[in-house]
Design a protein around this ligand. Structure first.
Ligand code: ITT
Length: 190
């Protein structure tokens, strides 16, 4: 069996391969070759559905997609669904810097990574969402991960940033790990 991953983000492909590999033995995970759809939904779930449906439609195969981002309480939930395009430059570093700049020295630094995981085939659409609670640091730290990882310290990581965790540590507890394990658990057998 084959499943298409409806994402253009190479970091997600790496994490999803590590998370899903052991859960879906014998399943070949392919990258979608179809066009990237317009993500104009208001929610992580809506955008993940748009991506999974597009990958399913263009490939004819069962498809999986992820819409994710960081939700910062003191910024009224920003960047949220706009996380990938917050600074408007396409640069993860610019996005991180804009969060640090807008947050300034705010005392409330609580935030969470959110991931909506979606599976779509001819018969069913399954959605599972999960969050990873943490705080926004004062400055970027660490070289692992991607996106906002260097400025996000998960509550369960002993003060390290998400970019200071090993890939296995991150996947064991991250929004993406939680959401995709719940998604796979919700799929019908076979
Ligand atoms: P696709 O839509 O093609 O999957 P994308 O990067 O545009 O790729 P999203 O629209 O879901 O993906 O935006 C997610 C952004 O949120 C991503 O670019 C990161 O900046 C951030 N993000 C998501 N998960 C993250 C993680 O595990 N660690 C750090 N940042 C993350």
């Amino acid at each position: 069996p084959r499943i298409v991953l409806g994402t253009g983000n190479a970091h997600k492909v790496v994490e999803l391969s590590a998370i899903l590999g052991p859960l879906l033995p014998g399943v070949e995970l392919l990258r979608s070759e179809g066009p990237s759809p317009v993500e104009d939904g208001d929610t992580f779930e809506a955008n993940a559905l748009i991506k999974a449906r597009a990958a399913h439609a263009s490939s004819g195969l069962p498809a999986i997609a992820d819409d994710s981002g960081v939700v910062v309480d003191a910024l009224g939930g920003e960047p949220g669904v706009f996380s990938a395009r917050y600074a408007g430059t396409g640069s993860d570093a610019d996005n991180r810097d804009l969060v640090l700049e807008r947050l300034g020295d705010a005392a409330d630094r609580s935030a969470r990574f959110v991931c909506a995981a979606v599976y779509v085939d001819d018969e069913i659409e399954v959605v599972r969402t999960a969050a990873w609670e943490g705080v926004i640091l004062d400055a970027a730290r660490g070289a692992g991960g991607f996106g906002y990882d260097p400025v996000f310290a998960p509550l369960d990581a002993d003060g390290r940033s998400a970019a200071e965790l090993s890939a296995d540590e991150k996947n064991a507890t991250s929004h993406r790990g939680l959401a995709f394990r719940a998604l796979v658990a919700a799929l019908p057998e076979g």
